[in-house]
Design a protein around this ligand. Structure first.
Ligand code: IPM
Ligand code: MN
Length: 365
């Protein structure tokens, strides 16, 4: 029996609640497809600070580099908002991405037809929305040196090398080849030199290596507008770290809830899989968080981390079936509909995975 070693980093806030459900669903696929999962938990973020005074403790560093894949919940704690250095929860996440060399962050945005009511956009704008954001994850302003906060001024540095742009562009072009063949690269080339280099490099990689992909360049302000005005026109959207952070939250609300969005961060080492939503301290510990972002991240872990596409399909189909049958958490429930807690949503999706083919569930009404 094939065995896979997972490092599970529940993290902070709702992280532990949603990763527990993702793990439950992963175990269901293991039973269905006949493989074994060895999952061990390690601390990150504020949980790491509590355990070892470090948002990415040494024990966690060792484990993630040796794992087949890393499943993460969320990082962030308002109590540590003013913390500095290794005691900043977010610093642990950034260090983790760097340690794994996870330079390409894939954030797929799909609108489930049964959730159109939860989206702020009119249903006709939502028809056909199926896009993939490819966000550069280990460069740009997040990591640039020098950086400093002074009393009268502060500085951050935006720098990208050609090599950094090339490698993430290849991931995005390849995704476009496997999807609808079109790539939208987003920058601010009318103002920033870094964006001019970005644009020239993406254009060259396209011409040399992916001539069949249709490439367009948009300025980031226009792209922000396109995302809400005509989201269905976008197939793959490639952009740098900070723009990608902002645009992916914007794209997420199209689906009806930030709680639905998964992500995969891929690169040199084991992949890192985490929902896009944060630690949501306001609802943490109450069992009401939507675990679907984490569960779909587990599906991405199966697809990209363990190369088990059938298992990944089974999870995605189970999520679609659960949503269609009205098994929903508070953030996406319709008026008057029964509201399920975090655990009940996870149980339902795990059950649907185990049902295997022919999964239909009666309406809950
Ligand atoms: C995300 C988050 C992180 C980021 C934070 C928590 C550092 O917002 O994954 O989008 O900005 O990358
Ligand atoms: Mn973000």
């Amino acid at each position: 029996m094939t065995r896979y070693t997972l490092a599970v980093l529940p993290g902070d806030g709702i992280g532990p609640e949603v990763t527990a459900e993702a793990l439950k669903v992963l175990r269901a696929t293991a039973e269905l497809f006949g493989y074994r999962i060895d999952a061990q938990e390690y601390a990150v973020g504020a949980a790491g600070v509590a355990e070892a005074g470090d948002s990415l403790p040494e024990r966690t560093r060792c484990a993630v580099t040796q794992a087949d894949a890393v499943l993460l919940g969320a990082v962030g704690d308002p109590a540590l908002a003013a913390a500095e250095g290794k005691r900043r929860p977010e610093a642990g996440l950034l260090a983790l991405r760097k340690l794994l060399g996870a330079y390409a962050n894939l954030r797929p945005v799909r609108v489930h037809p049964s959730l159109a009511h939860a989206s702020p956009l009119r249903p006709e704008r939502l028809a056909g929305v199926d896009l993939l954001i490819v966000r550069e994850l280990t460069g740009g302003l997040y990591y640039g040196e020098p950086r400093a906060l002074g009393r009268e001024s502060a500085v951050n540095t935006l720098r990208y090398t050609v090599r950094e742009i090339e490698r993430v562009a290849r991931v995005a072009f390849q995704a476009a080849v496997e999807r609808r063949g079109s790539l939208t690269s987003v920058d601010k080339a009318n103002v920033l030199e870094v964006s001019q280099l970005w644009r020239a490099t993406v254009t060259r990689i396209g011409a040399e290596e992916f001539p069949a992909v249709t490439l367009e360049h948009l300025y980031v302000d226009f792209a922000a507008m396109r995302l809400v005005a005509e989201p269905a026109r976008i197939d793959v959207l490639l952009t740098e770290n900070l723009f990608g952070d902002i645009l992916s939250d914007e794209a997420a609300v199209l689906t009806g809830s930030l709680g639905l969005l998964p992500s995969a961060s891929l690169g040199d080492g084991p992949g890192l899989f985490e929902p896009v939503h944060g630690s949501a301290p306001d609802i943490a510990g109450r069992g009401v968080a939507n675990p679907i972002g984490a569960i779909l991240s587990a599906a991405m872990l199966l697809r990209y981390g363990l190369e088990l596409p059938e298992a990944a399909d089974s999870v995605e189909q189970a999520v679609t079936a659960a949503l269609a049958a009205g098994r929903r958490s508070a953030d996406i429930a319709r008026e008057g509909e029964p509201v399920l807690g975090t655990r009940a949503v996870g149980d339902e999706i795990a059950r649907l995975v185990l049902l295997g083919k022919g999964r239909t569930v009666p309406e809950l009404r």
